[in-house]
Design a protein around this ligand. Structure first.
Ligand code: FMN
Length: 213
């Protein structure tokens, strides 16, 4: 049974969770990184597909100054050029994207040119890979995994950034080769953990969106 103070602690952690977009050079302790990964391992998974392989979820921990980071930085830029070309093709046809896609197009253009602001040498990158299975539910499972890791990092007073562009790497041969995974069979996500350099950005206030019908 959980106590009222356990419950309060959970609320405090959820309220404190924030995105961090600028990190100091300080590398987090290996013990803390292990705890964050363990939290990710506890996240739910799509059981019907998980039995297809011995290991359905992998975590690759890459600390600052590892040459792999530069390779990943370049692969993110290259992949974003491809993603941007597809977005532009879709925008030519799709009225919704014409109206709402401009900010995304601008952001991807910037990433294609300059890379992500947290690269090329973040304090600690964790790449997550999830078996796709017949259900193709890997993106949901990865989101649960990221959330567990984010809350644990917050509880450890670490700061956290999501690396969503890694979601496009599922069919990127060079990226899959870095981890010895077969191309097309695993979905990816990733996060950076470390310590924030700047004050956290102010998020939109949580408004009253609950409708009790
Ligand atoms: C599906 C999804 C993808 C996201 N991808 C990124 C990302 O790639 N990079 C990033 O810096 N933040 C990313 N975020 C974080 C959001 O920008 C952030 O959660 C939002 O601005 C609210 O701020 P807060 O998390 O501090 O409350 C993502 C969030 C979601 C839900």
């Amino acid at each position: 049974m959980f106590t009222a103070s356990d419950n309060q602690a959970l609320d405090n952690i959820m309220k404190s969770r924030r995105i961090c977009r600028k990190f100091t050079d300080q590398v987090p302790d290996k013990k803390d990184v292990e705890a964050v990964v363990t939290a990710g391992r506890m996240a739910p998974y799509a059981s019907i597909s998980s039995g297809d392989v011995d290991v359905f979820r992998h975590f690759y921990v890459i600390f600052r100054d590892n040459p792999l980071l530069e390779k990943i930085d370049k692969l993110i830029k290259d992949q974003t050029i491809l993603d941007l070309a597809i977005l532009k093709e879709e925008m030519a046809e799709d009225k919704f994207l014409q109206k709402y896609g401009v900010a995304l197009e601008k952001m991807w253009f910037n990433v294609a040119e300059n890379g992500l602001p947290v690269f090329p040498n973040p304090p600690c990158l964790i790449v997550l890979a999830e078996w796709r299975g017949a259900r193709r539910a890997e993106r949901q499972s990865l989101a649960h995994t990221i959330q567990n890791m984010w809350l644990k990092a917050t509880a450890l007073n670490l700061d956290f950034n999501m690396i969503s562009p890694l979601e496009s790497m599922w069919d990127n041969q060079e990226f899959c080769d870095l981890f010895g995974l077969p191309v097309g069979k695993y979905g990816f996500h990733g996060c950076i953990i470390g310590y924030k350099e700047a004050e956290r950005l102010t998020s939109k206030p949580i408004s009253d969106q609950v409708h009790w019908l």
